[in-house]
Design a protein around this ligand. Sequence first.
Ligand code: GLN
Length: 547
Amino acid sequence: MARYIFITGGVVSSLGKGLASAALGALLQARGFSVRLRKLDPYLNVDPGTMSPFEHGEVFVTDDGAETDLDLGHYERFTGVHARNTDSVSSGRIYSTVLEKERRGDYLGKTIQVVPHVTNEIKDFLHIGDDEVDFMLCEIGGTVGDIEGLPFFEAIRQFSHDKPRGQCIFMHLTLLPYLAASGELKTKPTQHSVKELQSIGIAPDVLVCRSEHPIPDRELEKIALFCNVRKNCVVPAYDLKSIYEAPLAYHEQGLDQAVLDAFDISPAPMPKLDVWHDVYDRIHNPEGNVKIAIVGKYTQLEDAYKSIAEALTHGGMANRVKVKIEWVDAEVFDKGDAAPYLQGFHAILVPGGFGERGTEGKIKAAQYARENKVPYLGICLGMQMAVVEAARNVAGMKDAGSEEFDHEAGKKRFEPVVYHLKEWVQGNHAVTRSTGDDKGGTMRLGAYDATLVDGSKVAEVYGTTHIEERHRHRYEVDTKYREKLEECGLTFSGMSPDGKLPEIVEWKDHPWFIGVQFHPELKSKPFAPHPLFEGFVKAAVENSRLV
Ligand code: GLN
């Protein structure tokens, strides 16, 4: 049975709980243990699928098609363990399951209450797959004291109580604010947040203290004394230049040792950290740099394209260069000329997105990249817009567009080279959907296979002709126009195995122009950069030598 580590946060939000959890997962793996990471989110949305990227950052999609919190992306990037549908849950999902059960009469007429019905549902969720790994790391979203979080805190308290002693520990992240006027780090907020935890019956075993300044030993002792935590289990966490330093930094501060001590695991196996030393070296010793534009819509919040930014960094690491990302708002040149905004970049990436706003700018970005032979990577909407661009400006279909925008506008304006998909095949199953389905969960989601054309650029990049990648979209490029577009030089170099759904397009006479219907960024890791990002950054490096 797995040992459980519950990770909570106090004092303020955005302390990097997700990163600390992911780094701890990586450190436990480095010591030879198997891990799985989970996120429990107190918000009432059933899943983040319908939440705006402006508000909640990117939606991370798992192989099995769950739309989850972006923290699951961190977990995968640090541990390489592919997340599943059962690794993410929200209050919304828990409550809707409880209410479904109530309607079905499963509770035999009982009064339904937060304790025990909601908490039991959370505990059932925590138990899933508990015989598969050595450690299950469960992060509770939000901050201790949040109203929505209470059922989760109560559930993990009960859960650890139900288990034999020593099976579960609690790790709590806090902040030590620095008062410049008196030159002091303050421990009081940490003490208060631990009190808050204790008042709901949870005594933290490990405290991770975020601080912008070195924490003197006497302050660590004070925290240990006032918070009732062993001194070696009060772990400082300082700001880092790169998130990928986190495993080494946490190891140096003794986090993994503290956790193993808290479980009484002794002697602890020595960690093998070569991978993380190599990652550190690649991040800190680049041999050059390239400038890449991300032409998107959600450019005000970088978290909206979290995995893409990370995957570009990984691509840079593979090529030993630093990738400087600049966020370019596609709307700015929706009507005007793109060139002044895109000149000087070594490569252009157009990411995924929903809705028409900014798409004319994305089409122009694709045109600029094609005409000026600038490396281009189009992801999902970025691929669809590259196809629209090809249809309009090369194949002479002046009215080419996506049905998505016609649906949005409620009238027909375009010849849909990208159309609404209502039926497709996943593995051996047919999937159907009507236009009127709910907004949530009506997309082609999760991992699908694709077959690549032998001899194509993309087959060379991947080094294989069979791939599996994650999807999240409603619309597809229509194969009706394939012949016409291929005659113009836009090759459909990757298709679904049944040959019905275009997965990849590329320009024949271009150094590197690839559009993909899926999201390769979701599978990239610092220690295993995704081939498309490795290849794209390599093309950017080559282009940088020309300009
Ligand atoms: N809006 C497009 C679709 O639904 C693209 C989605 C995306 O980029 N993730 O097909």
